[in-house]
Ligand binder design. Structure first.
Ligand code: ADP
Ligand code: MG
Length: 254
């Protein structure tokens, strides 16, 4: 008893919660199966390492502030036949993050752009990358506020510490001239420094309209598309299709 109490105090002090939680149970198992002392210690250490890794991933996913958590595993690629599944899964391995390359996802609303963007970003979190998810309109608001409070430089240097930033729904809402300027400033600063995933419903021809300024748009597109992986999502809204299917089922049941 005395020994256990002492051991548990030490394990706490050493910050080994996995050891603390498992040492008795693993010891019983080891005794029953005649496991050597080395193997017993190895099992405890392995468990601790795995748990720490899991915790780190969870922290990373939380810090990324995804609006809705989505996984590539739950994405039905057959609904978007033009989207190359192998290519997306290859991207999920994260080489683009290391090379700081942008990914541009273009397509109509409801076709799964945010889902795939989140899935890729979650995969990056699992690989230990620092990730942040922004809605484009939300980012502009954050930047406007930072500008008002004279901390835009600090905001930008914080953004540069990420390894991957998702910019969701770029062009969904037309920008004010200041908003367009800020988004441009943001993307220009990240260029070749931080990997960027952009989702947009805009066709390239429509970008000028949303950003207002032709030269600025050209410069932005130049940075976003240079070395970019471009994924085109062609298809009907997934939600809409599901609703149609449900309605059809109900109609059939009547
Ligand atoms: P977009 O960003 O292109 O507007 P979303 O990614 O927000 O579309 O998709 C809308 C909803 O439909 C989400 O809940 C998403 O998870 C789901 N969804 C869209 N496409 C698929 C798909 N191919 N497989 C599974 N779920 C999908
Ligand atoms: Mg979306």
């Amino acid at each position: 008893m005395e020994t256990n109490m002492l051991l548990e105090t030490h394990l706490k002090q050493l910050h080994l919660p996995g050891f603390l939680h498992n040492y008795r149970k693993f010891a019983e198992d080891a005794a029953r199966t005649n496991l050597s002392y080395d193997r017993y210690l190895l099992a405890l250490a392995e468990h601790e390492v795995l748990q720490r890794d899991k915790n780190r991933q969870m922290r990373c996913i939380k810090a990324a502030r995804f609006p809705v958590l989505k996984d590539l595993a739950t994405f039905d690629f057959s609904a978007v036949p033009d989207l190359n599944k192998a290519r997306v899964l290859d991207l999920a391995r994260g080489e683009y993050v290391v090379k700081r390359e942008p990914i541009l996802m273009v397509g109509n609303p409801g076709v799964g752009k945010t889902h795939v963007a989140t899935g890729l970003a979650v995969a990056a979190c699992r690989q230990g990358c620092r990730v942040r998810f922004y809605n484009a309109a939300g980012l502009v608001n954050d930047m406007l506020q930072a500008q008002d409070e004279h901390r835009l430089p600090r905001f930008m240097s914080a953004a540069l510490k990420y390894q991957l930033i998702v910019l969701d729904e770029l062009g969904f809402i037309p920008f004010t001239p200041t908003g367009a300027q800020l988004i441009f400033q943001f993307c220009a600063a990240l260029y070749e420094q931080v990997a960027l995933i952009v989702t947009t419903n805009l066709r390239f021809a429509d970008w000028t309209q949303v950003f207002g300024d032709e030269r600025l748009t050209a410069a932005l597109l130049d940075r976003l598309t240079h070395r970019a992986h471009i994924l085109e999502f062609v298809g009907e809204s997934y939600r809409f299709r599901q609703r149609l299917q449900r309605d059809a089922l109900h109609a059939g049941g009547d």
